[in-house]
Design a protein around this ligand. Structure first.
Ligand SMILES: [Zn+2]
Length: 194
């Protein structure tokens, strides 16, 4: 923890040193994309995309779970997505799952998370887990990712912008051991190298 504090304390000095050359900070807020990913500490969106401050609007949840859209139901995920898509007008929506996801594995293994009832309830009620069937030896995070994409398409403002061609939806799957990124092809149902 101390290294994190030390870095935060001195960060402004690094910014001042680089100002005028290639400042890492930007005053405007016009992100290219919203990046939805798991809260897992091994998944670092800026690292794998090479993005800098201002590029990505991030939404991170345990297991990169997106709740189903319900009229009148307030969730942090719905509000964050709406802000990115409607207010900021991002043109790309990336959902990035990953290998060895603790939330996905805990839920799909059955009987787990009894000591974490909030997490268990969240995963139970935001996912049609019974409909998810991973192929043998396939990481369950992949069909889980596809389920999140399906739910996102039902958010009305996402659906509208997908329909008029002003928003693109991407499904990525990141290998936390190799750094490889795969993308989901809805037309074939396959994951191919990005
Ligand atoms: Zn995860």
């Amino acid at each position: 923890m101390q290294s994190l504090i030390d870095h935060a304390r001195s960060f402004h000095q690094q910014v001042a040193t680089h100002r005028g050359l290639r400042s890492p900070l930007r005053p405007d807020h016009t992100p290219q994309a919203i990046f939805v990913s798991c809260s897992d500490a091994r998944v670092v969106p800026s690292l794998l995309t090479g993005s800098t401050p201002g590029d990505l609007f991030e939404l991170r949840t345990a297991g990169n779970v997106i709740p189903p859209y319900r009229v009148g139901r307030l969730t942090a995920e719905a509000a964050t997505l709406e802000y990115a898509v409607v207010v900021l007008g991002v043109r790309d929506l990336i959902v990035c799952g990953h290998t060895r996801c603790g939330a996905v594995r805990a839920r799909t293994s059955g009987g787990a998370l009894r000591h974490a009832p909030t997490t268990r309830f969240w995963l139970l009620h935001t996912h049609r887990w019974r409909g998810i069937r991973a192929q043998e030896q396939e990481d369950p995070g992949r069909p889980h990712l596809i389920a999140q994409l399906d739910k996102l398409r039902r958010y009305p403002w996402v659906a509208r912008r997908l329909a008029d061609g002003t928003l693109r939806l991407h499904g990525w799957f990141y290998d936390v051991e190799t750094g490889a990124v795969w993308r989901y092809r809805p037309d074939t149902g396959a994951f191919v190298p990005l």
